[in-house]
Design a protein around this ligand. Structure first.
Ligand SMILES: [Zn+2]
Length: 138
């Protein structure tokens, strides 16, 4: 399996990107159209900083969009509750709120950038030390 840097789109060694729901969806679509290249996505050392920046930007935009959607939706929901007594109007308001959050989150996907895989050995090493620290305290 070839390793391809997702930033300069060429074969190179590097840190693998974290598999998430978006990447899995893209892969699923590619497989369905038999367009899957079977490459492993990595970020080469030269592009690690840029990858982190783009990931941070994406996370920020996703969060901001979801918050704006939730805020607008909540305002509309409150207005509909205050102005009408019909349960259907309130339900419509809730649906609209969910819809807005989903749309706002989807809009920020154009900035999508996968997260980098943290070294698994790092995580495994961190857990026992935390447990050991607790034991020594007792
Ligand atoms: Zn690169």
């Amino acid at each position: 399996m070839a390793k391809v840097c997702i930033i300069h789109q060429k074969e190179s060694d590097g840190i693998p990107v974290k598999d998430d729901i978006v990447l899995r969806a893209i892969r699923g679509v590619k497989k369905a159209f038999r367009a899957s290249t079977g490459n492993q996505l990595v970020v080469c050392k030269a592009h690690v900083e840029e990858a982190k920046k783009r990931r941070a930007k994406f996370e920020k935009s996703l969060l901001t969009s979801a918050l704006i959607g939730a805020l607008f939706g909540t305002v509309m929901l409150v207005v509909s509750i205050l102005s009408q007594r019909s349960i259907f109007d309130i339900l419509r308001g809730i649906l609209l709120l969910v819809f807005l959050v989903v749309v706002m989150a989807a809009l920020s996907l154009y900035q999508y950038f996968p997260a980098l895989e943290e070294g698994p050995q790092k995580k495994r090493a961190a857990k026992p030390t935390a447990r050991a620290a607790k034991r020594t305290r007792r």
